[in-house]
Ligand binder design. Structure first.
Ligand code: SF4
Length: 219
């Protein structure tokens, strides 16, 4: 595969489409037997900001799209707060098929699904910020004893990327006392994006700074 850092938009889209097709046909874990539709994820193939939720719920399972129920509507409102739409970001989940009765994903399901699909999506999209929605998503990038009530809204910088833990929108809808904190955390994303973009300008050589490679390619 081409280095994701230099992939064109079309190459990224094509690579993500390959993963989506695999997800829709996947039978790697038991969740495939109860799903209506698998939910690979959706959004910009080169998004700077990627949201990772837990897993599909009823509406997502019916439509094959992420965050389309009440949580999705709220996520759309939060994005609008910072001047973004779903088309500006990439949204997916830790696991791609709905667990029965919306139960928590099992460790074995996460361990099977994440390396097969989510890790590849992250590699292709190469987002500057990964915003985790809820504890299962946070658990992929933060130590196991991390409490979301303690760390939400506190960015972690690692591997040239910012990991930003957020409550799951469904948890906020169940407990409206979390709403002010969720909205404050979201507003911080704007600042983090600016930080990440400035960092990228420093790290990425401009085309004019890169003549040796071009010259070498002539020989
Ligand atoms: S949850 Fe993931 S690993 Fe399990 S069947 Fe769905 S796509 Fe495959």
């Amino acid at each position: 595969m081409t280095d994701p850092k230099v992939m064109s938009l079309d190459e990224r889209r094509a690579a993500l489409d390959v993963i989506s097709k695999e997800v829709r046909a996947c039978a790697k874990c038991e969740l495939h037997s109860g799903r209506t539709l698998a939910v690979p994820g959706a959004g910009r193939p080169d998004a700077e900001l990627m949201f990772i939720g837990e897993g599909p719920g009823y509406h997502e399972d019916q439509q094959g799209l992420p965050f389309v129920g009440a949580s999705g509507k709220y996520l759309g409102e939060l994005l609008a707060l910072i001047g973004l739409t779903r088309n500006d970001v990439f949204i997916t989940n830790v696991i791609k098929c709905r667990p029965p009765a919306n139960r928590d994903p099992l460790p074995g399901e996460i361990d099977t699904c994440v390396p097969a699909y989510l890790n590849r999506q992250i590699e292709i999209i190469n987002p500057k910020i990964i915003a985790t929605l809820g504890r299962f998503s946070m658990g992929l990038f933060f130590p196991p004893d991390t409490r979301i009530t303690k760390v939400h809204g506190q960015p972690k910088r690692a591997d040239g990327r910012i990991y930003f833990p957020l409550f799951h929108p469904a948890a906020v809808l169940r407990n409206l006392n979390l709403r002010p904190a969720m909205e404050e955390d979201f507003k911080r994303i704007k600042t983090l994006l600016t930080e990440a973009q400035q960092q990228a300008v420093v790290e990425t050589p401009k085309p004019d700074d890169d003549p040796p490679f071009k010259q070498l390619s002539l020989f």
